[in-house]
Ligand binder design. Structure first.
Ligand code: CMC
Length: 422
């Protein structure tokens, strides 16, 4: 059996045979046969925008792997910085490599004092932390003008280290600013996750240490959110990066995409939805509104997963460990009931709508004391390494500028009409 497809232009009878390679057909072969006729695929549902060796996702099987390692094994055994190294370099680090990477990240967590004191002051006191974070990341570009030299691998690595290191600091700073709380400096004696929790939550103590169960849950959440192949925000980073923009503005573009409620903003939207539903008894009525098209069930559905999102299953498990420390989140009952009703309802079954990563994560965050408006920021911190791994891979591939075609449906050519004749 030949691993090819044949496309025939029935108007001319001409054909082209295109090989199927790694489950994809090369669209440039089509272009040779029919120049000027485009594939119409508005939301890229059937378009592979790139080859990538970073993350493997089988949506039908509910399978997710980083560099070939199953997500559940990484969540159980690894740390976010080790996973970051894996995503960026392709292999798990040995001890020397990991120690050196952790040290590099730890010594780049501080923000330039001019940045820290002046950038946030430009915002209104109640600015949404995700708006602050997006602007701050873009602002870093002006502090590191050498980052524009994107061709030099060593220079790229320096910016990657800076971004991975500074995201928790920026995120915590955005939160503390929006709450009117004083900034807490990073601590080099703490690991990545504990340092973030310290910058978020310590008030007057200089020896803050988070509860080990909560730190572990945070580590798991960071690992689960670290990458997810060509999602909306990663695509945004790649598209902007393909113009050879520097990594800070490319990551700022990704933050902006993540902010949307259909993407990373969904974790915030889930909590608002659960609060709006309010009681267990209101679940059936809310589900009727969802099925009637009045609402979307936030935290449900996914472009790629047509099965249970493996990340949601791990988070659901981790939630119990958190609730042992914090007490059960009262909204959990509503979430469990929503899931139970949805998984048995033909509307959701036929459309293959299952809980996604955002459905349970917000319940953990809320129980740990994070306010709802910081939830998407908690997604952005670990996803930064995914964005950067893809940005780097794209540059190493020598990719061309991203520039899709369109199907024009506007007016045919017409003459300008003078104002008096309109
Ligand atoms: N609630 C109710 N109906 C839904 C939902 C939902 N959450 N998601 C999809 N549908 C329906 C949709 O109305 C459509 O029905 P019909 O065929 O009758 O028109 C069908 O399912 C297919 O939906 P779609 O909008 O074509 O699917 P998509 O692949 O374009 O969208 C999605 C994927 C994630 C944007 C969408 O499922 C959604 O809006 N979910 C809620 C937001 C959410 O939880 N986002 C987080 C995604 S996972 C983390 C991340 O990547 O950020």
């Amino acid at each position: 059996m030949s691993e090819t497809i044949t496309i025939t232009d029935n108007r001319t009878g001409e054909s082209v045979e295109v090989p199927i390679v790694n489950g994809a057909v090369d669209a440039t072969e089509w272009k040779k046969l029919m120049p000027g006729t485009w594939f119409a695929d508005p939301a890229f549902s059937t378009t592979a925008s790139t080859e990538s060796a970073i993350t493997y996702l089988d949506g039908g099987a509910g399978q997710l792997e980083y560099r070939g390692y199953p997500i559940d094994q990484l969540a159980e055994n690894s740390t976010h910085l080790e996973v970051s190294y894996l995503l960026l370099n392709g292999e798990l680090p040995n001890k020397t490599q990991l120690d050196s990477w952790v040290e590099d990240v730890t010594t780049h967590t501080y923000l330039h004092e001019n940045f820290r004191r002046h950038v946030h002051d430009a915002f209104h006191y109640n600015a949404h932390p995700m708006g602050l974070l997006t602007s701050s990341v873009a602002g870093l570009s002006t502090f590191y003008p050498e980052s524009k030299d994107i061709e030099d691998p060593e220079n790229r690595q320096r910016q990657i280290t800076r971004l991975v290191a500074k995201m928790p600091t920026l995120a915590a700073a955005a939160y503390r600013f929006s709450r009117g709380l004083p900034f807490v400096f990073p601590r080099n004696d703490l690991d990545y996750t504990s340092n973030f929790l310290s910058m978020m939550f310590s008030i007057a103590e200089d020896d803050y240490v988070p509860d080990p169960a909560l730190r572990k849950a945070m580590e798991i959440l960071f690992i689960l959110h670290a990458d997810h192949e060509q999602n909306c925000s990663t695509t945004a980073a790649r598209v902007v990066g393909s113009a050879h923009a520097d990594p800070y503005v490319s990551v700022a573009a990704a933050c902006a995409a993540l902010y949307g409620p259909r993407h990373g903003g969904a974790n915030e939207a889930v909590l608002r939805m659960l609060a709006e539903i309010g009681t267990y008894e209101n679940v059936p009525a809310y589900m009727e509104r969802v099925k009637g098209g009045e609402e979307r069930l936030m935290g449900f559905g996914h472009r790629v997963y047509k099965n249970y999102d493996p990340r949601a299953a791990i988070i659901k498990e981790a939630a119990h460990d958190v609730f042992k420390v914090t007490g059960q989140n009262p909204l959990l009952d509503i979430a469990l009931k929503l899931e139970e009703v949805a998984l048995a309802d033909p509307y959701f079954v036929e459309r293959k709508l299952y809980p996604n990563v955002d459905f349970y994560s917000g319940l953990i965050y809320q129980s740990m004391g994070f306010p709802v408006e910081i939830f998407t920021v908690l997604f952005a911190i670990p996803r930064t390494v995914g964005w950067l791994a893809h940005w780097q891979e794209m540059l190493e591939q020598g990719s061309r500028i991203a520039r899709p075609r369109q199907v024009y449906t506007g007016e045919a050519t017409r003459d300008y009409v003078a104002m008096s004749d309109r």
